[in-house]
Write a protein that binds this ligand. Sequence first.
Ligand SMILES: *[C@@H]1O[C@H](CO)[C@@H](O)[C@H](O)[C@H]1NC(C)=O
Ligand SMILES: *[C@@H]1O[C@H](CO)[C@@H](O)[C@H](O)[C@H]1NC(C)=O
Length: 223
Amino acid sequence: MASAMKPMSYPPLILLLISCVNVFSIASKIADPTPAAWPHQFHSILFMNNSAGNLQVVDLWYDWPNGRNFNIIQNQLGKLLYDLEWDNGTSYIYTLDSNQECRTLRFPVGVLRPNWLEGANYLGQQQVDGFLCNVWEKVDFIWYYEDVKTKRPVYWAFYTGMVAHVMTFEVGAVLEDKNWQAPVYCFKEGVEERSPVLESVAGGGSSGVFTLMRGVFDGSMGQ
Ligand SMILES: *[C@@H]1O[C@H](CO)[C@@H](O)[C@H](O)[C@H]1NC(C)=O
Ligand SMILES: *[C@@H]1O[C@H](CO)[C@@H](O)[C@H](O)[C@H]1NC(C)=O
């Protein structure tokens, strides 16, 4: 009788061990934090430094419900550039000085989605700019640092070597409608069709990086 009982005592133990392993591996997956989705409307001031050491201050007005996004880019002691993006794929990149420069670009994709960080790889915690951050990487394009305590973005590093320090992050701030009007001289010239990849080669500054982000995260590689 005893020899008949013995084999019976092993399978439950093995099952228990296997289920423990499963619980632990599931628990470690659940424990990976996920980045906060972007608020549907916010204003952020970004301090940018590209790989060549050129400095920019960017006013970022993200306005998802209205299908628009604005990067107002001040180059250090240089050009003030307005990069106005619409969700229908049209971008106006212009100056408001006497030079009256404007380029109208058409992209196959619209404004970055609030959940564009979904599926990013968690890399652990790291101290940056004096903040303890959770760090994620997405498609070898962006390394995203989010404050552990407040879940606000702190620092972004792009594959080009450009980095952005997030100086302010005002959730719910909206730029008045009248500021979203591209100047008349934007409607005289033709429209340049652009692929995001082309822009990554052509666009040296933050304008190029932000525009490229649209393509990378809203296009076929997104979500
Ligand atoms: C900008 O980046 C360059 C290259 O990484 C670095 O040497 C320089 O100190 C940075 N400047 C500022 C103001 O952060
Ligand atoms: C996209 O929307 C903007 C703003 O309303 C408009 O100026 C532009 O002509 C539109 N582009 C297309 C292709 O519909």
